[in-house]
Design a protein around this ligand. Sequence first.
Ligand SMILES: [Zn+2]
Length: 658
Amino acid sequence: MSVSDEIKKLKAEIERHNRLYHAENSAEISDEEFDALYQRLKTLEQEVGVSEDSPTRTVGAKPSRGFEKYTHLKPMLSLANVFNNEDFEKFEERIQKRTINEKIIYAIEPKFDGIGISLTYEDGLLTKAVTRGDGEVGEVVTENIRTIKKIPHSLKYNVPKIIELRGEIFFNLNDFRDINKKIETEGGKQFVNPRNAAAGTLRNLDITLVKQRPLDIFVYALGGHSDDLVLKSHKDFIDFLTKNHLPVSDQIKYGDKLVAEATVKNILSLRDSLNYEIDGAVVKVNDIDMQNKLGFVSKAPRWAVAWKFPASEKYSKVNDVLFSVGRTGIVTPYATIEPVLIAGANISNVSLHNMDELSRLDIKVGDSVLVKRAGDVIPQIVKVNPEVRSGAETDVRIPVNCPSCSNQLRLDGPFLKCDAGMNCNKQLFGYFEHFVSRKAMNIDGLGYKINTHLINLGYVKQASDLFKLKDHEAELKSLDGFGEKSIDNLFQSIEEARRPKLETFINALGIPEVGETTSSGLARHYKNFENFRSASLDDLIQLDSIGEVVAHHIKKFFEKDPVGIDSLLDQLDIQDFIVSSDSHLDGIRIVITGSFQNYSRDELKDIIKSKGGIPSSSISSNTNFLLYGEKAGSKYKKALDLGIELVDENKLKEFLKI
Ligand SMILES: [Zn+2]
């Protein structure tokens, strides 16, 4: 292929991917691959010159339809990339040539992998939020942005006539997972990554949907502004943002070249522990006079670079595609791959989620696949690399019968399902594990090994059999590896579990999507088990914390009764939900983290529940309070970020009224 042909082909490719990435939010290739195309084009252009219509001259693709358009006061720019110390040192040399050996101090901060946004404040009031669009013209998404509580509607400190603030909109990883989970249960198409989710949400025309998704933001750059705002440095600007309560990264550092290099290294090492995705660091000249002197070259500032991190993606080979049976009977395909180390984790199994994902990937055994892992996101196969197929690859064998019990499988939406319930050993095993777990019936002395025995020996065929284990006392005590003492302890623990609280029992039932929090809500509402069991679908849907999907799950669960509820009720004495006269925490969502001197976390949960509160396990913008003890970690940090009210052990008594 001639150079001009290759350039022509690259231009078309880059433009197409640019469009998919910016305007249609459905990138087909990874950033790493895109950068490779872009770099190749730039290299070729160095030989033959840059044409007027080259994508290396423009910043992004044109905005898509649906929202009002707005021309930014100052364009939103892209940054030139560096990938290593050597690149960065060249960048500094270029600056030094233009600044005559002034000492250069940089501001260094993480580069968020989200969606660019420009917030306009006029006379201190937030009047517009505009997407980046093509860099010059973006879309007005003010209403959607106003759903982010962290963004102040007005500025109070050093207020200029007009100012554009640039930031990044993103989802925290736990929120991203919740959103995808919700989409999955509603039968929709999940987002590929948090960035796509943020783009899809930010540019969604349905405000009620946007409100349900906790978008987040960091502000990090100054756009156009009136002359009455005088700032000397980026540090001044960050100070301005902080005093005006705009969220900024807590990772910003200032210093010379060596500090910059060390900070970038540090940010890279933090990458996997952050609750949001970053794809590099941004290094800017701190002094604003110097920034102005340096100016721009072909739409990128000369005074800043994006230091791109290596993608947390690697190629690997699919050794096999297998199917595992979960406790609800869903049969999930997963790939076993040649182990690869990605973002600090050794990965050898990757879930393929469901049959739709399997056909989307069009995966074959022996295929080369791109595996991605970012932060604590579960590893996923981004795509198959069909170009390198040798012909020896084989089709995935989709099972007709359950790999555990041989029952014929059926397709339920995108899922393969075994309907054998407790007659399927894998389901019984999974169910039993859940039933006896600490958050359910809380029975000590059971574990993988003894559970396997109990099920294989046929002592446990359904949950209620657990309470009849005494019938097998002699056999159990003679089992290898389980002393008399441990079996006696097990019996004692089983006896103690015979009077579960209503919410504990509901959680133990293992109704799909009914976890601890939902169980508490149901117990509080229905007070006793018979009320709950006889609730109509309409009645369930009316409840605050129950959607239509969960209501259907509950009704279906009682209809099918996969666990043998009546036989359980014969063995148990379920405690009705008692509302204490004090319900000052009614409906309040509370998260507990860290350790406390005088209380265990479970005790605190019980107290909260007894006073009408809802203990929940993860922090979101719906959380009302965080009770924190010693060694509080990421939840504490997140609560600070979200501006959630904090209660420490000193204030516990007063807060809980105990
Ligand atoms: Zn089965």
